[in-house]
Write a protein that binds this ligand. Structure first.
Ligand code: PEP
Ligand code: MN
Length: 341
């Protein structure tokens, strides 16, 4: 930490601050400038008392942290890329995995048709919401446990891994029983008790970025998962709130290389929620792969016009199959592949 004192304070006031810094377990080093005194405080900011409270002292002008607030998710902790096992797939290696499926599980026919089609096109993970976080309480809330059973059946029939959202601590066990990856949605990205409960299952967690979440906050939310004994975490960029209204959210592709720099964990990109528009999904997928995404999460529906949720952003089965073909050269150009590696 660096503590900057206000100009023109007395030696006595300075000594009081130095005493407090030592009391909190840090070693102060004083730099005396022309107008101000700057104190470098040596000590581990993450394990000792924070010096931030010094800002309430009248003689202190600024307190600046030097260390990052996250540890286990950071590249420093683990310089090489982590590869996360999720059911039959391993995410974070050379292969760019595609997770695809409907926004909501609606019925057996819809899910099975989609599952077979996306597998045929090259996806390795089936997505589908059984518990849906809807903005309005009058909208379809998901099939619940019945939806989970259909997802498990689709996994059995196709061999795809399954990712589905966990909305409540009450459903941790049942969702963990049926899914290979537990999705924590944007609306729950800082629901720390839910993150801890999900982490304790040991299942891989796909942590979406909250819609107003800074990258540091997202990394710290991920830190909750690792700090609770679960190393299997995937970050998922799904767009943030901005002033722009052409798109549902603003997909922040900057987050991809930033997460790669800051963390050893894989980054997944969701261009469906990230834009809200099916016509933009292909371009955003190519951009995401070029930027270094380790996986894509894409909404696909046999008949988007009749979908029970998010109809405007879901791809048809045909469009998805074409997209998978278009993506291969983009993956190759980025030194990756969509096929088995
Ligand atoms: C979803 O993936 O279905 C979903 C609700 O996503 P988000 O949490 O990103 O809005
Ligand atoms: Mn959706």
């Amino acid at each position: 930490m660096i503590v900057v004192l206000r100009p023109n304070i007395t030696r006595k006031q300075e000594t009081e601050v130095l005493r407090e810094i030592r009391k909190l377990g840090y070693t102060p080093h004083v730099i005396r400038g022309v107008e101000r005194v700057v104190i470098g405080c040596i000590g581990d900011e993450r394990t000792q008392h924070s010096l931030e409270t010094l800002i309430s002292w009248p003689q202190v002008e600024q307190v600046m942290p030097v260390q990052k607030r996250y540890k286990l998710v950071s590249r420093e902790a683990h310089p090489r890329d982590s590869v996360i096992p999720a059911g039959p797939v391993r995410i974070g290696g050379k292969r760019v995995h595609v997770m695809a499926g409907p926004c909501s599980v609606e019925n057996e026919k819809q899910l099975m048709t989609t599952a077979h089609a996306v597998r045929q096109a090259g996806a390795t993970v089936l997505r589908g919401g059984a518990f849906k976080p809807r903005t309005s309480p009058y909208e379809f809330q998901g099939l619940g446990e019945e939806g989970l059973k259909l997802l498990a059946k689709a996994r059995e029939e196709t061999g795809l891994a399954v990712v589905t959202e966990l909305l409540s601590e009450r459903h941790v066990d049942v969702v963990a029983e049926h899914a290979d990856i537990l999705q924590i949605g944007a609306r729950n990205a800082q629901n720390f008790q839910l993150l801890i409960a999900a982490a304790k299952t040991g299942k891989p967690i796909l942590l979406k970025r909250g819609m107003s979440m800074k990258i540091e906050e997202w990394l710290l939310a991920g830190e909750y998962v690792l700090a609770n004994g679960n190393p299997n975490l995937l970050f998922c960029e799904r767009g943030i709130r901005s002033f722009e209204t052409y798109t549902r959210n603003t997909l922040d592709l900057c987050a991809v290389p930033i997460i790669k720099e800051e963390s050893h964990l894989p980054i997944v990109v969701d261009p469906s929620h990230g834009s809200g528009r099916a016509s933009l999904v292909a371009a955003l997928c190519k951009g995401a792969v070029a930027m270094g995404a380790d996986a894509l999460l894409i909404e696909v529906h046999p008949n988007p016009a009749e979908a029970w949720s998010d109809g405007g952003q879901q791809l048809t089965l045909d469009r998805f199959a074409r997209l998978m073909k278009e993506l291969e050269p983009a993956a190759e150009a980025a030194g990756r592949t969509l096929k088995e590696d």
